[in-house]
Design a protein around this ligand. Structure first.
Ligand SMILES: O=C(O)[C@H](O)COP(=O)(O)O
Length: 229
């Protein structure tokens, strides 16, 4: 049996302000820093340690992982960052307040944008300041990989190659793995690991800063999963 720890970053400043965030690189809120520390304390109390960490290229996840590893006195372990673990790119919704967006477009459409795996939120253009092609950290991405908007199914399409190429091989070497990422990149991973239907995944909401433990068998199939509280 092998344990895999999935962790959504602590509350961000825009979670707090209820704004669509996506690839916007906002920091943790004060509460988010506390949640990250608490996650580290919980993992420490329950005897967890890790051989490798994986995270996105967004500071709310990077900092959460760093704080957890600091609590565990594990800052020395390798940490691999990838844009593939980023939050779903929320297109032209990025920066907008979620309640104001509901008031403007109606709850049904906004809920579809947020949770329907195949519904695309409105796109940005390449002239938009939010276009990732203007951000140095994405300079090695091909034009096809640079999103203008993204649905959950496309998020899954870019998360899974990373899972298969890096996370699975680490677990096959019996390394203890922590993945610190985002609501929707983790939702995509969970849909894959748990074989959830599109219908089931729409109901899945991950709390910020609470470690989710997966117990996996030799074939990396799920035995059970639970939150650490
Ligand atoms: O990017 C965001 O706004 C959040 O992290 C996830 O938002 P959602 O719950 O609206 O998908």
């Amino acid at each position: 049996m092998q344990k895999l720890v999935l962790l959504r970053h602590g509350e961000s400043l825009w979670n707090k302000e209820n704004r669509f965030t996506g690839w916007t690189d906002v920091d943790l809120s004060e509460e988010g820093f506390k949640q990250a520390k608490r996650a580290g304390e919980l993992l420490k109390e329950q005897g967890y340690n890790f051989d490798i960490g994986f995270t996105s290229v967004l500071k709310r996840a990077i900092k959460t992982l760093h704080i957890v590893l600091e609590e565990l006195d594990h800052l020395w372990i390798p940490v691999q960052k990838s844009w593939r673990l980023n939050e779903r790119f929320y297109g032209a919704l990025q920066g907008l307040n979620k309640d104001e967006t509901i008031a403007k477009y109606g709850p049904e459409l906004v809920q579809k944008w947020r949770r329907d795996p195949h519904e695309l939120p409105p796109a940005i253009t390449k002239n938009d300041d939010r276009y990732p092609g203007k951000d140095l950290r994405y300079k090695d991405l091909t034009e096809r990989e640079l999103p203008l908007t993204e649905n959950l199914s496309e998020t899954m399409d870019r998360v899974l190659p990373f899972w298969n190429e890096f996370i699975v091989p680490a677990m096959r070497k019996n390394q203890k793995v922590i993945v610190c990422a985002h609501g929707n990149s983790l939702r995509a991973l969970i849909q894959y690991i748990d074989h959830l239907t599109d219908e089931e995944v729409t109901k899945l909401d991950l709390p910020t800063g609470v470690p989710l433990i997966y117990e996996l068998d030799e074939g990396l199939n799920r035995i059970k999963h639970y939150y650490l509280v």
